[in-house]
Ligand binder design. Structure first.
Ligand code: ZN
Length: 481
């Protein structure tokens, strides 16, 4: 294996979340009764003419910009001809030599901790085909059923450069790509429903070689984990073929997740000659400079940029920033809440330490917390104002999670007691100081960080009930005195 360098490129199909289809007014909806969202246009009946969905263009352009592509002012729709039962027109409207957008890139984390730029060759628009149902009917052994609802669903195809070198890089690329697309909200990227699908091209060459080996296309992979596994399998298979003196055949192979291996598709199925020709029923697609600048304004802050900003703004570690920005919706909710708090950084701390840890232990996601964002802000404010100690806050969160209640309700009921009587706290501090003469000596010799030790001891002695601000003040006063 060490003698060989894998080369990987990915083709990703993404369904756009428009209300209607790419070229007709039929609903673009998953899960409807079979063959109910169809019309003469998406069925390709004689005389029916396609009309391009402006929203689909806007979404495709938005995705292209988010992927750092150059959007072509003029692109051309083309007919990609092939015969398949679930493609009633006998061709798919796609784009060929003049795609919507080209020359993009995204960053992925590399193995050495740095980042690596993966090129995006092109983003083009096309329509989806219908679905052949080979299973689920009493006579499925002898018949195939067709559901044409998906015909005409707007897609973008995102083709990467062959810049990926390991299955892990491919996994990272897909993860980042999906995250960016979700932030732009052009697709739900739901792989189970087929909103995001991926084909991989993979070859191997001797390390140091300049010419790529013969590539194999791996199709039919429906999760990022499986793509990584399929690539790992395929790389090993190709190396084995070469090592045994054979030649890798250029072919399409199917991933079988149950068996953990790829299978060659019969050669007849892959001998495509698509006979591309410009689509005569659609004019060239023009994305004017005005439309482009309007679309650019709709670009949200993208995940990488947002993480970098949040690391600085909330003093987070990159890992914590990653957690808080896992989805745009969650990051929005967090930031909206944090802005209402006395100290936004504290909201991040409380969220990550009190909520994140407990959810992780329960195997729940951040948005499944019994404590709402408003509850987290409340806890952070109470802590900030010194109305509760951090120990009391932990107890409140314990109760909230135990009973599935939000924090304001728990706080109202429990109203943690606080000692605010200075003389009572003074007594406790005096006791702690008397009990730790060695530390007092060290403190007075200049080791000022020991103040924290005394605060901790005194807080424990007060069962977490001492007013934190008052306690801090008295500890320093006594030590200095
Ligand atoms: Zn239709």
């Amino acid at each position: 294996m060490a003698k060989y360098q894998p080369v990987i490129g990915l083709e990703v199909h993404v369904q756009l979340l428009t209300a209607t289809k790419a070229f007709c007014g039929c609903a673009n909806k998953f899960g409807s009764a079979p063959n109910t969202n169809i019309c003469p246009v998406c069925l390709g009946l004689p005389g029916a003419l396609p009309v391009l969905n402006a929203r689909a263009v806007e979404f495709a352009t938005l995705a292209a910009l988010a992927l750092n592509c150059t959007v072509n002012e003029q692109s051309i729709f083309a007919r990609k001809n092939y015969f398949y039962p679930d493609l009633p027109k006998g061709y798919q409207i796609s784009q060929y030599d003049r795609p919507l957008a080209e020359h993009g890139w995204i960053q992925v984390p590399a193995a050495d901790g740095a980042t690596k730029r993966i090129g995006i060759t092109r983003v083009h628009m096309e329509e989806d085909a219908g679905k052949s149902l080979h299973e689920g009917f009493a006579d499925s052994a002898t018949r195939t059923y067709l559901d044409l609802n998906r015909c005409g669903t707007p897609l973008i195809e995102i083709v990467s450069e062959p810049d990926l070198r390991t299955p892990d890089e491919a996994f990272e690329y897909l993860t980042r790509l999906k995250e960016i697309l979700l932030y732009t909200a052009v697709s739900d990227c739901n792989m189970e429903e087929g909103s995001l699908r991926c084909d991989a091209n993979v070859s191997v060459m001797p390390r140091g070689a300049e010419r790529f080996g013969t590539k194999v296309e791996v199709k039919n992979v429906n999760s990022f984990r499986f793509i990584r596994a399929a690539l790992e399998y395929e790389i090993e298979r190709q190396v084995e073929v070469i090592e045994e003196g054979g030649r890798v055949l250029q072919e399409s192979r199917l991933w079988n997740a149950d068996e953990g291996r790829t299978y060659s598709m019969r050669s007849k199925e892959q001998a495509h000659d698509y006979r591309y020709l410009p689509e005569p029923d659609l004019p060239p697609l023009i994305v004017s400079p005005q439309l482009l600048s309007e679309t650019r304004k709709k670009l949200p802050e993208l995940p990488e940029a947002r993480r970098a900003r949040m690391v600085a703004e909330y003093e987070l570690s990159p890992k914590d920033a990653h957690t808080l920005t896992a989805t745009r919706e969650f990051a929005d909710r967090f930031e909206a809440a944090a802005r209402t708090a006395r100290n936004p950084r504290r909201v991040a701390n409380v969220l990550l330490s009190e909520v994140g840890g407990r959810l992780k232990a329960l195997g729940l996601e951040l948005d499944q917390s019994p404590v709402s964002m408003a509850g987290i802000v409340m806890a952070a404010d109470l802590l900030d104002e010194g109305k509760i100690s951090s120990k009391q806050m932990k107890q409140l969160f314990d109760i909230a999670f135990e009973k599935g209640e939000d924090l304001p309700a728990v706080y109202e009921r429990e109203k943690p007691e606080q000692i605010t009587d200075a003389s009572a706290i003074e007594t406790i501090v005096d006791e702690v100081i008397a009990a730790n003469p060695r530390q007092v000596e060290q403190y007075r010799a200049g080791k000022k960080t020991l103040a924290g030790f005394f605060v901790g001891q005194a807080m424990r002695a007060s069962k977490g009930q001492a007013n934190p601000a008052l306690l801090n003040e008295l500890v320093v006063k006594k030590l200095e005195g």
